[in-house]
Design a protein around this ligand. Structure first.
Ligand code: FAD
Length: 434
């Protein structure tokens, strides 16, 4: 490749596509490189797509994007071995003209997104792995080296949208690899069912969809969560826990997934389904405190590679799209002023990101990842077990007086955590949440 580009975008996931699309729409000469056979071929996500962030990029996306179901119901379950205690929110308000959240299948969605990027004028090369960043004598990134023959390309700026592993950036010394306590390993399966069976099981009609998020004994005391998302004719089901917790406990992701599927509240939902896909992927979970340097001379980093993920609200793709768009807008502004792509000028990206919901939300929850990690046994095992026991006592009618039942419930809470422990957990959770 002999040409010189205004910008090179590495990766064609949510962040890379948002960046490449915005740069191309603003008239910049963009090259996007993706190691997969096509955009989406390497991507794994639950997946929920947040319309607002995509609408800012492609206002008419609902016309032809491959969307599965729009969400009208969100369930949160706390489980022990045999039961679940649930919080359900369902609203007909979500049956709106322009729904807010959709389930998607990333392989199909990313392919569609990439088509829009190409139509906007970006040059997209798949099956091309960027091997390293090219830096000048002063360390400024001036291009990339790919695995193609004579595959060196120069550009004013490189947008690193290479996902959670972020090998290029770490190899070039631009940031450190996130440690094992800051990334979760998630495994996921697709369970296919006839549409009418799926809709009857989840109480859905038309394009309505539901999501179930599950914490409790399924993660064996590790920081983690299970999820169930409804697609048109399939269910995405998976579980993820921190890599450092897997290392310490000796549990395997596949073992946890089997346990999750065999839970009585879950097995009934997937009974008789045909499993067609199995995938594993990392998720950045370190939050605000794990965010690396976001820009430098000739480069910016966006999306999962920048650890932009809000694990509390299960938001990743929207932060990826927003950071990709904002980085592109900053680059466009610098370019319009005919200024060079120096670290000093690219600091504009960080400033714009700081002013957006992305950094504000992550900053709000900055203490949450560590708290959930340190107190995982309490939050992911002890309390779900205690709540299940309390609920069982509460609803079972067996001649034991209500007063005795209340005493027994209180005794089990105090025996498991002590009053000081419960107050301490509640206080630290409230502080991290504020
Ligand atoms: P990615 O989507 O990972 O894209 C990176 C791309 O870069 C890939 O296509 C990769 O092939 C390419 N690449 C990497 N290195 C190179 C290289 N050297 N050369 C060329 N190409 C390269 N988020 C949500 O918002 N909602 C959800 O419901 C949700 N559920 C999830 C469930 C699971 C199981 C997982 C794993 C994640 C989930 N996420 C969810 C998070 C979401 O998937 C990510 O935040 C999002 O995909 C990040 O986008 P990205 O573009 O930064 O990275």
């Amino acid at each position: 490749i002999d040409e010189r580009f205004d910008a090179i975008v590495v990766g064609a996931g949510m962040a890379g596509n948002a960046a490449a699309l915005t740069l191309a729409q603003r008239g910049l000469k963009v090259l996007q490189l993706e190691r997969g056979e096509y955009s989406g071929s390497k991507n794994v996500q639950g997946a929920i797509l947040y319309a607002d962030m995509l609408e800012k990029l492609i206002p008419d996306f609902r016309e032809d994007a491959p969307l599965e179901r729009h969400l009208v119901e969100q369930r949160f379950w706390m489980v022990d071995e045999n039961s679940h205690t649930g919080l359900h929110y369902r609203s007909d308000d979500f049956n709106e003209e322009k729904p807010n959240r959709y389930t998607i299948i990333r392989a199909q969605f990313d392919k569609w997104f990439s088509k829009r990027v190409q139509e906007a004028g970006a040059v997209v090369l798949c099956e091309t792995t960027v091997k390293e960043l090219i830096q000048d004598a002063r360390g400024k990134v001036i291009g990339v080296k790919t695995d193609r023959k004579n595959g060196q390309v120069a550009a004013d700026v490189v947008v690193l949208a290479e996902g959670v592993n972020g090998l290029l950036g770490t190899r070039a010394g631009l940031r450190e690899r996130p440690d094992a306590s800051k990334v979760a390993l998630a495994v996921k399966e697709m369970h296919f069912l006839p549409q009418e069976t799926l809709e009857a099981r989840f109480n859905l009609t038309g394009d309505e969809g539901a999501v179930i998020e599950v914490v409790g004994t399924i993660s064996e005391g590790m920081t983690g969560m299970g999820f169930i998302y409804t697609n048109k004719e399939s269910i995405s089901l998976g579980i993820g826990c921190l890599v450092s917790d897997f290392e310490k406990s000796g549990q395997t992701p596949y073992g946890l997934l089997e346990k999750f599927k065999s839970h009585p509240s879950v097995s009934a939902l997937i009974a008789g389904s045909e499993v067609k896909e199995y995938a594993a992927h990392l998720i950045p979970e370190g939050g605000y405190n794990a965010i690396p340097q976001l820009y430098g001379d000739g480069w910016v980093v966006v999306g999962d590679a920048a650890q932009l993920n809000n694990a509390i609200h299960r938001e990743g793709s929207n932060l990826a799209m927003t950071s990709g768009r904002i980085a592109a807008e900053a680059i466009f502004q610098i370019k319009s002023r005919r200024d060079p792509m120096t670290a000093e000028n690219l600091a504009l990206y960080k400033k714009m990101l700081d002013d957006s919901f992305v950094m504000k939300d992550l900053k709000k929850y900055r203490d949450m990842p560590e708290l959930l990690h340190i107190r995982a046994q309490n939050f992911f095992l002890t309390y779900p077990q205690l709540v299940s026991k309390a609920m069982k006592e509460f609803v079972r009618v067996d001649g034991v007086t209500k007063k005795e039942k209340q005493k027994s419930t209180l005794r089990s809470f105090l025996a498991a955590r002590s009053l000081k422990g419960i107050v301490g957990d509640a206080w630290s959770l409230a502080r991290a949440w504020r």
